[in-house]
Design a binder for this molecule. Structure first.
Ligand code: SF4
Length: 304
C-alpha cells in the first residue's frame, strides 16, 4: 500500500501517533511518506490533529481512504488497536528533533474541571515504553501525572537505565512524598521540574514547604492557571507564595478546548509580568507598567 501522512498542526513537535502509524505500515512492507497534495497517489492517508483550533485539511477527501484522528478531531479518538500495542516508532519522520518523546503512563487519577485527560485516557495506567529516537540526546517524558502511576518506581528505573537527561512534564506535588523526591533527585533532569497550582481553592503552601525540603526550589517551575474561576486576590496569593519559597511561577491564562475564549487584558498583563523573569524579579505587580500610562496597581485597587 501507499500510505500518506498529514501532521495537520504542522511539524512543531513530533507526532507520537503518526510515528507509530508509520512504523506499523513500514513493518507491513508499505510505502510511507508525508502526503503530497499535488503529486501523491495514495491508497490511504492518515491525518492527525491535536488542536481543535487548527483548520482541517481536505486535500485528499474523495481521492483515497482518509483516516482522521487525534484530540483535535475527537477527544475520544483512539488508534487502531493493532497499532496502539506496538512499541516501534518511526523517528525518521522528524529528523530535525534531537530528542525522544516517551509515555510511561496514560490517564490521570484526577479529573480537574479544565482538563480532558481523564475523558480521553481514563484512569491512570502504565504503558510499555516506546522505542526511543536513535538520534535522541534527551527524553521528553509526557506522562500526565508521573508519580500517580502505581508503577512509577519502574518508570524511574527505566529512565535511570537509559541514562539520558529527562524533562518531566507532569509532576503532581499533592501526592509527592520523600521517597519520590529522593528518586526525582536521582534523575538527570535537563530542565526545571514542572509542577502546577491550578486550583485556587487548594492551598498548597504546606505541601510546597515540605517539597522544598527535599528538592531545591530553583529546580522547580510551577504553572499557575488564571482566568478559570480565580480572583485577582487568589492569583496574587499563589504567585507570591511561590515567590516566597524561591519557586518560579509561570502564569497560564485559561484557554478552553475549542480556543474560543480570549484571555482578558489583566490575564495577559499578569502573564507578561510573571513570565518575564527580569521583570518579576525587579518590580512588584502593582508597579509594573505594561503600557504607557497604565500601572497594574489599578487591577489590585479594583479587586479590593
Ligand atoms: S492533574 Fe493534570 S493531567 Fe490530571 S486531570 Fe488535573 S490537569 Fe489533567
Amino acid at each position: 500500500m501507499n500510505i500518506g501522512l498529514v501532521d495537520v498542526d504542522g511539524h512543531n513537535f513530533p507526532n507520537f501517533a503518526l510515528m507509530r502509524i508509520s512504523a506499523y505500515h513500514k513493518a507491513q512492507g508499505d510505502n510511507v511518506e508525508w502526503a503530497m497534495p499535488l503529486f501523491g497517489n495514495y491508497d490511504r492517508v492518515y491525518q492527525s490533529k491535536i488542536f481543535t483550533f487548527t483548520p482541517d485539511k481536505t486535500d485528499f477527501d474523495g481521492r483515497c481512504e482518509v483516516i482522521r484522528g487525534g484530540t483535535g478531531y475527537d477527544v475520544r479518538s483512539q488508534l487502531d488497536p493493532l497499532m496502539e500495542c506496538i512499541t516501534e516508532m518511526d523517528y525518521s519522520l522528524y529528523p530535525q528533533y534531537p530528542f525522544s518523546i516517551q509515555f510511561l503512563s496514560r490517564g490521570c487519577i484526577r479529573q480537574c474541571p479544565f482538563c480532558l485527560v481523564h475523558d480521553k485516557e481514563g484512569r491512570i495506567h502504565s504503558v510499555l515504553p516506546a522505542q526511543l529516537n536513535p538520534n535522541g540526546k534527551w527524553i521528553e517524558v509526557l506522562d500526565n501525572n508521573f508519580f500517580a502511576n502505581p508503577d512509577w518506581l519502574a518508570s524511574v528505573q527505566y529512565l535511570l537505565e537509559v541514562g539520558q537527561p529527562v524533562n518531566l512534564h507532569g509532576v503532581d506535588i499533592r501526592i509527592m512524598n520523600e521517597e519520590q523526591a529522593y528518586w526525582l533527585n536521582k534523575l538527570r533532569l535537563r530542565r526545571n521540574i514542572h509542577i502546577a497550582w491550578d486550583l485556587p481553592a487548594l492551598d498548597l503552601t504546606d505541601k510546597l514547604r515540605e517539597v522544598t525540603r527535599y528538592i531545591k526550589p530553583y529546580k522547580i517551575m510551577c504553572y499557575v492557571l488564571v482566568g478559570f474561576n480565580s480572583t485577582i486576590e487568589q492569583d496574587m496569593y499563589r504567585i507570591e507564595t511561590l515567590r516566597s519559597f524561591g519557586i518560579k511561577p509561570y502564569v497560564m491564562p485559561y484557554r478552553d478546548f475549542e480556543n474560543k475564549r480570549t484571555p482578558s487584558q489583566y490575564e495577559k498583563d499578569l502573564a507578561q509580568y510573571v513570565n518575564k523573569l527580569q521583570i518579576f524579579k525587579t518590580c512588584s505587580f502593582a508597579d509594573f507598567m505594561p503600557r504607557k500610562g497604565f500601572k497594574c496597581s489599578a487591577y489590585l485597587q479594583k479587586a479590593l
